[in-house]
Design a binder for this molecule. Structure first.
Ligand code: ZN
Ligand code: ZN
Length: 311
């Protein structure tokens, strides 16, 4: 199943040459998600060939400008480009008034339906979206304004039928869905073939977590335990840990400690302070604690792999 992250905006606060503020694209089998939409998101999407037809749901973490200033322009351009497909936007309560106010004063109407789902900051791990293949829950983050992260997880798959056994026992086609769900097969003579003789374990379900922006918090750990791919903000090097704490952000070292404690498969660092031209020191700092770490970069694609490795 298609399950990949394309990082589009990796800068904190404002854009710098080569780095846009927050915006990431997650492709799953049936649904395309845009995670945050900072200034420049339209350019980043175009540069990566991601049109409106690829995005069904927008997940917003919080209402700081570097995560939402790209949204009015993006939604307007989709209208100008004849989008008709419905769009769902999930995020804090003030998101809808923010957008409707911009559209009111700019005399903008959208020719496609938009539905809003307001996240409940009092419900940790709130279930906010699902389709046939994946479900989305919120994560509790701690930042200067109400903020959530998101976990996108594949649903459990049915068991895999063994073709040789279908043939050997002459199992009728209509019996197969129940066997895939775990049922035994009762033969016409009344004898029972146990499910374990007929099926194989399905591939493990994969998951992705998005954490931006936050101070490092153990509250997060139960929600991201064992995820295959973790995007975590790493605004500063650890030498600026006081500044990180004051602004409620995370250092690269702290992000790696979170990844290690949660036993994730792979860590992706993002949301870098514009002060850093060279990001390698952030990568090295994190890898000293959690070796399977990579840097997000505009247009970089990360497959969500089983335990951070190919299955
Ligand atoms: Zn931010
Ligand atoms: Zn913020």
């Amino acid at each position: 199943m298609d399950f990949k992250l394309i990082t589009l905006g990796v800068s904190a606060a404002g854009p710098v040459p080569g780095r846009w503020p927050s915006g990431q694209f997650l492709k799953t089998a049936k649904t395309g998600f845009l995670l945050d939409a900072g200034e420049g998101i339209q350019i980043a999407l175009q540069q990566n060939g991601i049109g409106w037809g690829s995005i069904d749901v927008i997940l917003i973490s919080h209402l700081h400008g570097d995560h939402i200033y790209g949204l009015p322009g993006l939604l307007t351009s989709w209208g100008l480009n004849q989008r008709t497909a419905p769009l769902q936007i999930i995020g804090p309560a003030d998101l809808e008034p923010y957008l409707s106010t911009v559209f009111q004063y700019s005399h903008t109407g959208l020719p496609y339906p938009v539905t809003y789902k307001v996240v409940d900051f009092d419900t940790q791990g709130e279930h906010v979206f699902e389709d046939k293949d994946v479900s989305v829950r919120t994560l509790p983050l701690r930042h200067r304004v109400p903020t959530v992260g998101y976990v996108v997880a594949e649903k459990d798959r049915p068991r895999t039928m063994r073709g040789d056994q279908i043939k050997a026992f002459g199992i009728p086609f209509q019996e197969i869905p129940a066997i895939k769900d775990g049922a035994d097969y009762v033969r016409p003579d009344g004898s029972v073939v146990p499910n374990s003789d007929l099926t194989l374990d399905p591939p493990p379900s994969r998951s992705f977590a998005y954490c931006s922006d936050t101070t490092p918090t153990p509250d997060l750990l139960p929600f991201i335990e064992g995820v295959d791919l973790l995007f975590h903000e790493a605004t500063f090097l650890h030498e600026l840990k006081e500044q990180a704490a004051a602004s409620m952000h995370t250092t690269a070292l702290q992000a790696a400690e979170i990844a290690q404690s949660a036993k994730v498969g792979q860590l992706i660092l993002g949301h870098f302070s514009p002060r850093y031209g060279n990001l390698e020191p952030l990568l090295k700092e994190a890898q000293s604690v959690f070796p399977n770490t990579a840097l997000a970069a505009e247009g970089r694609c990360f497959e969500v792999e089983y335990g951070g490795r190919k299955a």
